[in-house]
Design a protein. Structure first.
Length: 141
């Protein structure tokens, strides 16, 4: 359940955090590995891997800089979104379905890979999501 929340949040921010901003991420089929660390938990949630197809148009518009494919709920907002060279960073707050806030950043090591993390707090508990991606090749939607 908590993994779904974090994966969804990453996707939720995709459209809003990157709208209109050029990012270093290029188009193609990306393999993304996500690992969660829960505040106060004895260990890590097992890593999960998914793929994400980013079209040329999405890459040019800056979409897809944050892993996932979901719509942003009206209760979430992104602030402090920055693209500085190979680094993308942002902060966010969401009011529904449950209030939460946090921040994240991604560093693109080259056109074919990146690493990043996002930390968010909900109900006084903190969750950190670490992810990395690598470009597998082209894709079509």
């Amino acid at each position: 359940m908590k993994f779904c929340l974090a994966a969804s949040l990453a996707g939720l921010l995709t459209l809003s955090a990157t709208a209109g901003a050029q990012t270093p991420r290029r188009d193609g089929n990306w393999e993304i590995t996500i690992e969660l660390v829960l505040d106060g938990a004895a260990g890590k949630v097992p890593a999960r891997t998914m793929t994400q197809c980013i079209t040329t148009e999405e890459a040019a518009a800056g979409k897809g800089a944050i892993p996932g494919h979901h719509d942003l709920p009206g209760s979430c907002s992104v602030s402090d979104h920055k693209v500085e060279g190979h680094k993308v960073s942002w902060a966010f707050t969401c009011e529904k379905p449950q209030p939460m806030s946090g921040s994240g950043e991604i560093t693109y090591t080259d056109e074919h890979s990146y690493k990043g993390s996002m930390t968010f707090t909900r109900d006084g508990k903190t969750m950190t999501m670490a992810y990395e991606g690598k470009r597998l090749g082209g894709c079509t939607k």
